[in-house]
Ligand binder design. Structure first.
Ligand code: ZN
Ligand code: ZN
Length: 318
């Protein structure tokens, strides 16, 4: 589910949205291709189950939730790899194989770089092509879908309008999903404070905001932190689009979170069960994927990931 920080008196979200038109629209030059060995063959279910077992020892099992954390308030039962397979999950297919990224509004040079790098990260994480579309102006968004937050005074865009009117009608025919990024803050309607992002998993469209992730132009550490947060949010929400439920057993990117602080304490990598789901859904080469994740993490300072990924690589290489 989407991450949010409602004020105590505000209602908790359920899900959103409808619609399904299919259309194509122009694509800009930025495109990221997955990297696979030419002779790679997708892993069988039994091979994935074996890998899941092998990866377990390097993963941290969650303890009891602390007050304020997601699982202290949400009753969720989790989802094993076997349960995932039984749920008839959405996967990449020969006709729906590409993730599209739609920038909405204005971005400064640092934010543009964050979107570019996050798109590359999505391509590695889900082992599929990612195409970045030409930016859409906020001028096309009507006044009824914009507001100034009554208490905080910041500019916000209405998520339901973006999903239903701007994204769903433009879902490209070969899209697995269409993801919008905006530098503006987001709110999902009356009674809401703000959301980090919102998605319709059924319609395979989502919008996520960079506005609460700090100013990446401040310094190198601010840039790194903003990139890590953006990569985490984008991959978590896209993971839901692959029918993955929240993780309740391990420290994992698919854990639910109730705040930026809680999200910051969670890893970007996947636990063994969620790793198996993603490899199954994308038919990825797990060794190539982990090599590419290590390379990206080293190049862009995602420090807390590198040690785990190198341990995982050692297991996958054997
Ligand atoms: Zn979620
Ligand atoms: Zn997990």
């Amino acid at each position: 589910m989407q991450h949010f920080l409602p004020q105590p008196s505000f209602k908790i979200p359920l899900f959103c949205v409808l619609l399904a038109w299919i259309a194509c629209f122009p694509i800009s030059a930025d495109a990221y291709q997955p990297d696979r060995q030419p002779d790679f063959r997708p892993l069988s279910i039994s091979a994935l189950k074996k890998t899941t077992k092998q990866l377990k020892p390097i993963n941290k099992v969650l303890g009891d939730p602390q007050p304020g954390q997601w699982l202290a308030h949400q009753k969720e039962s989790g989802q094993s790899f076997s349960e995932y397979l039984r749920s008839r999950p959405l996967t990449l297919t020969p006709s729906r194989h590409t993730l599209y990224v739609q920038p909405i509004g204005k971005f400064d040079a640092s934010q543009q770089e964050i979107i570019k790098l996050s798109s590359e990260y999505l391509s590695i994480y889900f082992s599929c092509p990612v195409k970045v579309l030409d930016p859409q102006s906020e001028k096309d968004i009507p006044a009824t879908a914009k507001r100034i937050h009554p208490a905080q005074g910041n500019h916000q865009l209405l998520t339901s309008y973006l999903l239903e009117k701007q994204l769903a009608p433009k879902l490209p025919a070969d899209a697995f999903a269409l993801i919008a990024f905006t530098a503006s803050d987001l709110w999902p309607g009356d009674g809401w404070n703000f959301v980090f992002g919102y998605a319709s998993f059924r319609e395979r469209v989502g919008v996520w905001s960079l506005s609460r992730f700090g100013d990446p132009a401040n310094d190198a550490e601010s840039f790194r932190r903003c990139l890590e947060r953006t990569c985490k949010l984008a991959t978590h929400e896209t993971g839901h689009m692959f029918s993955i439920k929240h993780c309740t057993r391990y420290a994992c990117n698919m854990q639910g979170s109730n705040s930026l602080q809680e999200s910051d304490s969670q890893p970007v990598h996947l636990c063994p069960e969620c790793h198996a789901k993603i490899i199954f859904a994308t038919q990825a080469d797990p060794v190539k994927r982990i090599d590419n994740l290590i390379s990206f993490s080293q190049r862009h300072g995602l420090k807390q990931e590198i040690e785990f990924l190198q341990k995982a690589k050692k297991i996958l290489d054997d």
